[in-house]
Design a protein around this ligand. Structure first.
Ligand code: FES
Ligand SMILES: [Fe+2]
Length: 378
């Protein structure tokens, strides 16, 4: 299937701006390797991509690396305390410069030892004095945009992208409401999952709780589903339940925390979700990273006021890792097999005017953002 035909929407089963009239996007959007290639430039190389947390870059020379499809980026703290980001590639003959995360005094290439300052300038290139017309200034590292948002570090390969705080106006205020100590948290744990489905299946799944009663029996005993509401705003959506059942539930027991609520989660275009569970302060992010059309790597990074979880935070993290995530992964992998069936192409969104727990307008919001990014005609 070529890209032009893939972008056309079936007039008999159209994706509509109105979620109550709209069909879901056709199955081939989840299956076509050519579309995944197009997503790299249309989606991932021009939007804000979660890289980590500012607490992981506490001192000058602390760095982390982040992989965005084929592009690898270094984020490093300079001597003035500013964060800098660069494509992770040596300007000599293209070796990668840094790996994983850590702390360095200079950025030195492992291949022939060209070295760069934290400002990206080429400082030393062995034997370069022998060359005619060699100008070190022409061999600085190529910069990448970097921003901190609610303590989280984001990078963007598009030099002209609008700041994340501007694009997601209102999101920071909402996160602070449910996690007032968001500035104090530090990295506690990364859980990683390899899932046999397209990345968009996982985003679709997060964006509705229509499946929660049939598929998440413990979750619906933790949060008050009658107050669960999904609201869409620009490039993000909020998924919030006001009341929690602290002891009378099957997920985990907790004392009411600084903020009394049931559950708060956000989707941030294109591939990040942010979660806050009731009880002692916590915030976690879950990033869906495409690894081929039929495989997604999920990182769930937990941030707590304390690097070692308290027993209650541990219970919340274990519930997520051992119960909720496996439930969702099973659903997503089944949907991905179903999308390959000759007996399915598109469905409809279930939507209600109250935007209740049963409404799937959040999925429609994501799919509209996606179709717009891909240049689809609808
Ligand atoms: S490729 Fe980096 S020094 Fe040669
Ligand atoms: Fe779920």
């Amino acid at each position: 299937m070529n890209l032009a035909s893939a972008r056309k929407v079936d007039p008999e089963q159209p994706f509509d701006r109105d979620p109550q009239r709209s069909y879901t996007i056709p199955a081939h959007y989840y299956l076509d390797p050519e579309l995944l290639e197009a997503e790299k430039t249309a989606v991932f190389y021009r939007n804000w991509w979660y890289a980590g947390h500012h607490s992981q870059l506490a001192e000058a020379g602390c760095y982390l690396t982040v992989q965005i499809c084929e592009q690898n980026v270094i984020v490093i703290r300079d001597k003035d305390g500013e964060l800098k980001a660069y494509y992770n590639v040596c300007q000599h003959r293209g070796h990668e410069l840094l790996f994983g995360s850590g702390k360095v005094r200079t950025i030195t290439c492992p291949y022939h030892a060209w070295s760069y300052g934290f400002d990206g300038a080429l400082r030393a290139a062995r034997n370069c004095e022998q060359l005619a017309d060699f100008d070190k200034c022409k061999f600085a590292l190529k910069p990448v945009r970097v921003e901190v948002f609610c303590g989280l570090v984001f990078v963007n390969l598009d030099p002209d992208a609008a700041p994340l705080g501007e694009q997601a106006a209102g999101l920071e205020q909402e996160i602070r409401e449910f996690c007032p100590r968001v500035d104090e948290v530090v990295f506690a744990q990364r859980d990683e999952y390899a899932v046999a489905c397209n990345w968009k299946v996982m985003i679709d799944n997060f964006l509705e709780c229509y499946h929660c009663h049939p598929a998440h029996k413990d979750f619906v005993s933790l949060v008050d589903m009658d107050s669960y509401r999904v609201r869409t705003h620009g490039i993000y959506s909020s998924h919030v339940s006001n009341a929690a059942r602290s002891t009378d539930n099957n997920a985990y027991h907790f004392e009411k925390g600084e903020v009394d609520f049931g559950y708060a989660g956000w989707f941030l275009w294109p591939n990040l979700t942010i979660w806050i569970y009731p009880g002692e302060p916590n915030i976690s992010v879950l990033q869906m990273i495409p690894d081929g059309v039929g495989r997604t790597i999920e990182y769930q990074d937990w941030y707590l006021p304390n690097p070692e979880p308290t027993p209650q935070q541990r219970d919340a993290m274990d519930y997520q890792r051992d119960v909720l995530q496996p439930e969702d992964i099973g659903l997503c992998e089944s949907v991905f097999r179903g999308l390959q069936s000759k007996g399915y192409n598109q469905g409809r969104f279930i939507v209600d005017p109250e935007r209740s727990e049963l409404s799937e307008h959040g999925v429609h919001h994501f799919q509209a953002l996606y179709l717009d990014a891909m240049g689809a005609d609808f």
